[in-house]
Design a protein. Structure first.
Length: 266
């Protein structure tokens, strides 16, 4: 009798697993394929950084931003600090926000989205511990600013944005600035981009209600993911998820944050 009950339970569990797998497969297949808006190429040891023309005032503004907003709050990685001081943030904000481009806070970029506070961009970049040969997946292209920072530090960036006008504008902006190692896609970032996986690092720039399993699966052993998680803007926390060489996950809760919600296809 005990064996019969055990077999029944196993059969029921198996059927439930098949049902769940079928539902998940149906959900994945129902998602629209990502549209490539900008096709990047992996740079060799990141030696093809764009030449950015800029005036002295913008350089001074960035230097002050790095000194007073970022380094003063504890970001120490020299490559991250140098990149934050190099990339022209004013190129990634709407024209009506230019005067506030280097202020200490997020700015609206339209469609209910924002460009993140400079410190948060720098902090999330630092905790990924990026290397020049890394490949990075970004979920939530937004204005393209975080993608540009990542592109300066790594071999290749794949960035996905679900709001098409933002994705189109970011692709045009990044291409115009000379970033050749960034691929911009229009699609649902929850599912990542499996065809280009695995990634050394993943950064999510919008708050999810949970950690998306497809992103965890696409993270390379030894990789790291930075993702804000929380139901509302008042209960979000920035998590650092690390996958060891045996694919065992470790999750650390770092700081409270406030991000716009991760938008999903319906």
């Amino acid at each position: 009798m005990i064996a019969i009950r055990s077999n029944r339970r196993a059969a029921i569990a198996y059927l439930l697993a098949l049902t769940f797998a079928g539902a998940l497969a149906s959900q994945v297949s129902a998602v629209s394929p990502a549209e490539v808006l900008l096709q990047g190429e992996a740079s060799q040891k990141n030696t093809r950084r764009p030449v950015l023309d800029e005036d002295r005032r913008s350089r001074d503004d960035r230097a002050a931003m790095v000194r007073t907003q970022i380094a003063s709050r504890g970001v120490r990685n020299e490559a991250v600090l140098a990149t934050m001081g190099r990339v022209p943030r004013h190129e990634f904000v709407p024209t009506d926000q230019l005067r506030a481009a280097y202020e200490d806070g997020p700015l609206p970029i339209g469609h209910g989205q924002t460009i993140s506070q400079p410190y948060i961009v720098a902090y999330m970049t630092e905790i990924l511990r990026l290397e020049p040969g890394d490949r990075v997946l970004e979920i939530g292209t937004g204005s393209g600013y975080q993608a540009a920072i990542l592109a300066e530090l790594t071999k290749e960036v794949v960035s996905i944005e679900i709001i098409k006008p933002l994705a189109q504008a970011a692709a045009k902006r990044l291409e115009g600035l000379g970033y050749r190692n960034v691929t911009v896609l229009h699609g649902d970032g929850y599912f990542g981009m499996e065809s280009a996986a695995p990634y050394d690092a993943i950064v999510v720039t919008a708050a999810a209600t949970h950690v998306p399993p497809p992103l965890v699966a696409q993270l390379k052993p030894g990789g790291r993911m930075a993702i804000p998680v929380g139901e509302t803007a008042w209960t979000q926390n920035l998590l650092l998820i690390e996958k060891d060489k045996d694919s065992k996950l470790t999750t650390r809760n770092l700081i409270p944050v406030r991000f716009v919600p991760l938008t999903r296809e319906r």
